[in-house]
Design a protein around this ligand. Structure first.
Ligand SMILES: Cc1cc2nc3c(=O)[nH]c(=O)nc-3n(C[C@H](O)[C@H](O)[C@H](O)COP(=O)(O)OP(=O)(O)OC[C@H]3O[C@@H](n4cnc5c(N)ncnc54)[C@H](O)[C@@H]3O)c2cc1C
Length: 383
C-alpha cells in the first residue's frame, strides 16, 4: 500500500474499534485524518446486558462513552449509520440518525475499517417467523432492547407474566436466567419462564458436559425448555413447530443474527452468509484498503465462531495493521485462539465456565466474568 493514505474511516465502534481508538490515543500519526461513523454516543457491551436485565448493573456500568474516547484518539465522531459501501469508488453511504446533526450523504476514504457487528434483518426475520418483528422484543439492537426492558419489568410488577426466550445459544440462555432472577425478585409471584430452543439441544455449540450443567440450572430455576421451532408470533402467543401455541406475554428473541444487507452490492468479497471476507491480517480479500473485524467479518483462512471474545482479540492486530497500512509498513497476521474461555452467567451470581473440553461452575466463575467484563469497559472509559 502506498503512503498517500490520509483519510481513515472507522464504521461502528464495536469491540475491535474501541481498541483501535485507544491505540490512536497513544500514537496518532500527524497526517492521518480519522473519522468514526457510528449511531450511538455509547458502545453497549453485550456481555454485561444479561447482568443489566438481572438488575446487577446499571446501563452506565455496561457501556463505554464514545465521545471522550474518540476525542482522546484525535478523531472525529459522525453520528450516523453506514447504509452502503462503494469499494471501487472508495465511498460510504450514510443514513442519518433521528435527532443527530445533518450529515453528508456520502463519505470518502483512503482506508476503511468495518466493525459494525451483526444485525437481526427484520425482513428475513419476518419471513422465518411471521409476526416476530411486530410482537417480540429482540435482543438486537441492544440499545433498543435496554431502553425497552424497564417496560417488561413494569408489566411483571403489575401481573404474573409468562416470558419466553426464543433462541438457546449463549445469549438466550443468559437472558432467560437473568429475566427469571429479576422477575422472581421484583415481579408479581406466579411468573412463568420458557426457553424455546428452535429444535436443537440447549447450548448446542457447547460440549455435552456444559449442556448438562445448563439443563440442571434451568431445572433448578423452574425454567421450561421446549425443543421446538418458533414458527410465528401473534399477540399473546408463540407458535411452535409441532402446531402447539404457547401463551406468552413477553416473547424475547435471542436468535442467530445476519450479516448487514448493505454489504450486498458493495463490491467487497463476501462469505456465503454475506460477511466481509478477510485474510489473516483482517484485510478484505478483494480490496487491500478495507479491513474488517468482529461479527461483520469472516476469516477466509481460519473461520471461527462469531463472539465478543474473538472481536476483542482482533482489536490489537487490527489497530497495528491499520497504522501499518497508513505507514506502508508490513502487515502482521493474527491467529485467533483455538479455544476461548466461555463464562455463561446463570443469574444469582453463578456461572458455568468452559474452555475446550474443560468445564466447571460456581460463584467464583461469576466473579471471574464480572471482573473481566467490568475490566473491559473500564479499559476504554476516558473522561
Ligand atoms: C445477550 C448477549 C450476550 C452476549 N454475551 C457474550 C459474552 O459473554 N461473550 C462473548 O464473547 N460474546 C457474547 N455475545 C456476542 C457478542 O455480543 C458479539 O459477538 C459482539 O458484540 C460482536 O462484537 P462486534 O465488535 O462485532 O460488534 P458490536 O459489539 O455489535 O458493535 C457494533 C458497533 O457498530 C455500530 N453499528 C451498527 N450498525 C452500524 C452501521 N450501519 N453503521 C455504523 N455503525 C454501526 C454499533 O452501534 C456498535 O457501535 C453476546 C451477545 C448477546 C446478544
Amino acid at each position: 500500500m502506498h503512503h498517500g493514505i490520509k483519510k481513515l474511516l472507522l464504521l461502528g465502534a464495536g469491540h475491535a474499534h474501541v481498541h483501535v481508538l485507544a491505540q490512536l490515543a497513544e500514537h496518532h500519526p500527524g497526517d492521518l485524518d480519522v473519522t468514526v461513523l457510528t449511531p450511538f454516543a455509547h458502545q453497549t457491551y453485550s456481555g454485561m446486558t444479561p447482568g443489566f436485565v438481572a438488575g446487577r448493573y446499571s446501563e452506565d456500568d455496561c457501556r463505554i462513552a464514545l465521545e471522550p474516547l474518540v476525542r482522546a484518539a484525535g478523531a472525529r465522531w459522525l453520528q450516523g449509520r453506514c447504509s452502503g459501501i462503494d469499494a471501487a469508488g472508495q465511498t460510504v453511504q450514510v443514513s442519518p440518525v433521528q435527532g443527530a446533526p445533518d450529515m453528508p450523504a456520502t463519505l470518502g476514504y483512503d482506508l476503511l475499517s468495518i466493525d459494525t457487528g451483526a444485525v437481526l434483518d427484520r425482513t428475513r426475520l419476518e419471513a422465518d417467523m411471521p409476526g416476530a418483528a411486530t410482537h417480540a422484543l429482540a435482543i438486537r439492537p441492544i440499545e433498543a432492547f435496554t431502553t425497552l426492558w424497564p417496560q417488561v419489568m413494569a408489566l411483571a410488577q403489575r401481573q404474573p407474566v409468562s416470558l419466553a426466550v426464543v433462541g438457546a445459544g449463549a445469549g438466550g440462555i443468559e437472558l432467560v436466567f437473568a429475566a427469571e432472577q429479576a422477575i422472581r425478585l421484583h415481579g408479581m409471584p406466579g411468573a412463568r419462564f420458557t426457553l424455546v430452543t428452535g429444535g436443537p439441544e440447549v447450548a448446542a455449540n457447547y460440549t455435552p458436559g456444559v449442556q448438562r450443567r445448563v439443563l440442571r440450572q434451568l431445572k433448578r430455576r423452574g425454567i421450561t425448555v421446549l425443543r421446538e421451532a418458533c414458527t410465528g408470533i401473534t399477540e399473546g402467543e408463540v407458535h411452535l413447530g409441532n402446531g402447539a401455541r404457547l401463551a406468552c406475554d413477553v416473547p424475547l428473541l435471542a436468535i442467530g443474527t445476519h450479516a448487514p444487507a448493505w454489504l450486498q452490492g458493495s463490491g467487497l468479497a463476501l462469505s456465503d452468509e454475506g460477511h466481509v471476507l478477510v485474510n489473516a491480517c483482517q484485510q478484505s480479500t478483494s480490496h487491500a484498503n478495507v479491513f474488517a473485524a468482529g461479527d461483520v467479518a469472516s476469516r477466509a483462512d481460519l473461520p471461527h465462531p462469531k463472539s465478543g471474545v474473538y472481536a476483542v482479540r482482533a482489536g490489537p492486530p487490527l489497530a497495528h495493521n491499520l497504522l501499518a497500512a497508513h505507514g506502508a509498513q508490513p502487515l502482521q497476521p493474527h491467529t485467533p485462539p483455538k479455544h476461548t474461555l466461555n463464562l455463561l452467567s446463570c443469574g444469582t451470581g453463578h456461572a458455568i465456565a468452559s474452555y475446550g473440553p474443560l468445564h466447571a461452575e460456581g460463584g467464583w466463575a461469576w466473579k471471574w466474568k464480572d471482573r473481566i467484563d467490568r475490566g473491559f469497559v473500564m479499559r476504554y472509559q476516558r473522561t
